[in-house]
Design a protein around this ligand. Structure first.
Ligand SMILES: Cc1ncc(COP(=O)(O)O)c(C=O)c1O
Length: 371
């Protein structure tokens, strides 16, 4: 049947956008395959859950949901300001950092502007750039790492934003303080550097930048952080940005004033109080990565050492086919094709038992060249 033609057309620039490829959800896979138990390791969520403090405070806050939330996120703002030693006015909150990335594009990108994006990296930077009708300039990673010296060569008088995911998703590699300082020294002050630190908690390598310190030296930097990863609150949708007050004021002109809900604010505040849970999550991640490194080495599969809660590795076969094999067994992983890495997969680190299960299946499928 021919596709129906609709007369109402979206803005021209949206024709360039392919929908964002989200990971399959647990519910959709349950329905599709008639399975009861699904393990999702495709979205870099925290399969350890969240702090028990969060459960307690949420139970006691349910009566508040018939009221609009505190639009200023006062309690959480004060806690984070103290934690990061910044002025409360230097913070902005978003419905996850996804929303903050959108707001940044809406605030700063004119149609004639260029946005520098490393490739592969988090996909949303491209999408929001195109939404604004601005131009994407991609800088390929080198040996799975961001090379800021290469990025520098792409700066023109049209560059407006440089999106830097550090550590980078999907590779888990980092840019060091030294590399970042070299870059910032030469970055014209009218170009905004967005430092997306969604995975900062998991960094294992030395030399990672003191990004909050850099904010004190450079006016053209914003940091993005999220409660979706180490704190395990992905479904509640809350993240924040840190930058100077002028940038924050501009973002506030675009931001939906009621963008973070009360339960998310309360849960985020409570999770900051439970550093023991965070430490447990990080230790579990470290052990999980070690198990991956050991098994992948045994299987002689190439991998990228990770500073995140996921790992990227080369399975040497069509990774979409491998992902389908995992799916049949109730496990959702991410095939690397969308990152331009057809034989690689990116798998989130789960609980120790989940990691063992994934790796045992891998041994079966790859070790014996089952597929
Ligand atoms: C690098 C990066 N930035 C931002 C996000 C979005 O996170 P949030 O849940 O805070 O919207 C993700 C999610 O996976 C991510 O990988």
């Amino acid at each position: 049947m021919a596709a129906k033609h609709y007369a109402v057309q979206p803005r021209n620039t949206l024709n360039q956008i392919n929908g964002y490829i989200a990971a399959k959800t647990i519910e959709s896979v349950k329905r599709e395959l008639g399975l009861v138990k699904i393990i999702k390791l495709a979205g870099n969520e925290n399969t350890n859950g969240y702090s028990p403090h969060v459960t307690e405070v949420l139970k006691n806050s349910l009566e508040d949901i018939s009221y609009y939330p505190d639009m200023n996120c006062t309690v959480l703002r004060e806690k984070l300001a103290k934690l990061h030693k910044v002025d409360p006015e230097e913070l902005v909150f978003g419905n996850g950092s996804f929303e903050l990335i959108s707001i940044l594009a809406q605030t700063f990108l004119n149609e004639e502007d260029e946005s520098i994006i490393m490739e592969p990296s988090f996909g949303w930077y491209k999408n929001v750039t195109l939404q604004m009708g601005a131009k994407i300039i991609t800088v390929p990673l080198e040996h799975f790492k961001v090379n800021l010296e290469s990025a520098k060569k792409h700066i023109t008088d049209r560059t407006k934003i440089v999106w830097l995911c550090n550590p980078n998703n999907p590779t888990g590699t980092i840019v060091t303080e030294q590399e970042l300082r070299h870059f910032l020294m030469d970055l014209p002050s009218n170009i905004l550097l967005v430092l997306d630190e969604a995975y900062v908690d998991y960094v294992a390598e030395t030399g990672y930048p003191n990004s909050i310190g850099l904010l004190r030296e450079y006016d053209n930097v914003i940091l993005l952080r999220t409660f979706s990863k180490a704190y395990g609150l992905a479904s509640l949708r809350i993240g924040y940005g840190i930058a100077n007050k002028q940038i924050i004021n501009s973002l506030n002109k675009v931001r939906n004033p009621i963008n973070t809900n009360a339960l998310a604010q309360i849960a985020a505040s409570a999770s900051l109080e439970d550093q023991e849970f965070r430490a447990y999550v990080l230790e579990n991640n470290k052990r999980g990565l070690e198990l991956y490194y050991e098994t992948l080495s045994e299987l002689r599969l190439e991998y990228v050492p990770s500073n995140c809660n996921f790992i990227l590795f080369n399975v040497g076969v069509d990774s979409e086919e491998l992902a389908r094999e995992y799916l049949k067994r109730g496990i959702i992983i991410r095939a690397g094709k969308e990152f331009g890495l057809a034989t690689w997969v990116r798998i989130s680190i789960g609980t120790y038992e989940e990691n063992e299960l994934v790796l045992n299946i891998l041994k079966d499928l790859i070790g014996r060249r089952g597929i």
